[in-house]
Design a protein around this ligand. Structure first.
Ligand code: EPU
Length: 361
């Protein structure tokens, strides 16, 4: 008898859906449509889907750092849902900033929610990521922009990651050096790498006898207000959660993607000139002798803080955060961003750049 031999299953058998709303897959709450959509819980499934697929592919993490500016994307969206948390042997290759101390290496699946990873570590008194509490998004997306907050950055605890090349369908390991981390940046945002990799797992190295990092002004102040004289990592995590909740809008209530812009790094000479004109301009040391100026301050000085245009606006408590009050189109957010960029440039001669990944065709 003749038997049909299928090497790859048909698309429908792989649970690839068509014309799916992305509304619940981005924290800005933009209702764009994906031509095709799949949820990948493991690498083998993803390889099968991609073998059959001829459309461009867009990998979705937690959707917390993207802005959809189109109504419809003729692409295959793949939601990274690779779970799992694994304690690795001590001799696992690679090292973080904590090398030489008593540490533990942990591999997190790319689809694990970032805050879940933080809670896992804090509950075991393993230190290094407590300052990064409550950052929305997934572990797999964290290295892309080297997430950072309250004086800590992912790169400090990062050992390596495993990623699937969406072109060759091969897995590759990237060391800390390979990732080329800097402020809100990595090799995965650069030409030739952007959009080409799906991060399937991330290895972090955490301290077993943690020391706390409370250099960030707001953090010290909040701990003092909470009456904590000698904080441990549980106290630090609680304080970070309190600060974030007080300043940043909850995406479950108001659409947003955290800081929309990066804090610009300007030359010391430009900073000195601006300081003469604007004596209260804050500045923080950045690499290569540059000064980081808080974009929130620049935007607030231009009068944008709390301003609303239709369904979009600049958040009332943190000018760096743009919000969707409900039903906004992605391009309305983009237009607001462009107005803010133009005003800041006219007032300070500084051109802000987006931190959020603007997804255009
Ligand atoms: N500021 C203002 N007005 C504002 C907001 C800020 O004047 O409306 C000034 C103040 O001088 C304040 C300074 O900016 O002291 C810094 O503000 P904040 O501590 O809120 O931090 P940020 O620089 O605005 C960055 C990150 C945040 C992170 C915080 C805390 C970037 C782009 N953003 O914001 O990250 O939570 O520091 O470490 O670096 C994110 O990436 O989505 C994010 C929320």
């Amino acid at each position: 008898m003749f038997k049909l031999k299928l090497t790859t299953p048909p698309f429908f058998a792989l649970n690839v859906q068509t014309n799916i709303s992305l509304l619940t897959f981005n924290t800005f709450g933009i209702d764009a449509t994906a031509a095709a959509f799949a949820i990948a819980a493991d690498v083998a499934y993803l390889q099968q889907v991609l073998e059959k697929n001829r459309q461009p592919v867009f990998i979705l993490g937690g959707g917390s750092n993207i802005l959809f500016t189109e109504e419809c994307y003729p692409w295959l969206f793949v939601k990274n849902n690779i779970q799992g948390i694994e304690i690795l042997p001590d001799d696992f290759p690679g090292a973080s900033e904590f090398a030489g101390q008593e540490t533990v290496k942990i591999k997190f699946g790319g689809g694990v929610a970032w805050h879940e990873a933080v809670e896992f570590a804090v509950a075991r008194d393993w230190g290094g990521i407590e300052n990064l509490s409550l950052i929305p998004g997934s572990v797999g997306a964290a290295p892309l922009q080297n997430i950072g907050a309250y004086g800590a950055e992912l790169k400090d605890v990062f050992v390596s990651l495993e990623a699937l090349d969406l072109q060759t369908l091969q897995l590759k390991t990237f060391s800390r050096a390979d990732c080329q981390f800097s402020y809100r940046d990595s090799i995965f945002k650069s030409a030739g790498y952007k959009g080409r990799w799906m991060i399937t797992g991330v290895v972090l190295e955490l301290q077993k006898n943690p020391s706390v990092n409370i250099r960030y002004g707001d953090l010290q102040k909040t701990l003092t207000e909470r009456g904590v004289a000698r904080p441990n990592i549980v106290d630090v995590a609680a304080a970070v959660v309190q600060i974030r909740r007080s300043k940043l809008p909850d995406p479950a209530l108001i659409g947003n993607a955290g800081s929309f812009f990066k804090n610009p790094e300007i030359s010391a000479a430009q900073f000195k000139t601006l300081k003469l004109q604007f004596p209260s301009l804050p500045g923080y040391e950045a690499p290569d002798g540059k000064i980081k100026a808080p974009a929130g301050w620049l935007i607030e000085r231009c009068g944008w803080k709390g301003r609303r245009i239709g369904a979009v606006g600049c958040h009332e408590k943190q000018a760096l955060v743009l919000v969707n009050y409900g039903g906004a189109k992605g391009r309305e957010i983009l237009q607001l961003a462009e107005l803010i960029i133009a005003d800041v440039e006219a007032s300070f001669g500084i051109r802000l750049t987006a931190e959020v990944n603007i997804v255009a065709l």
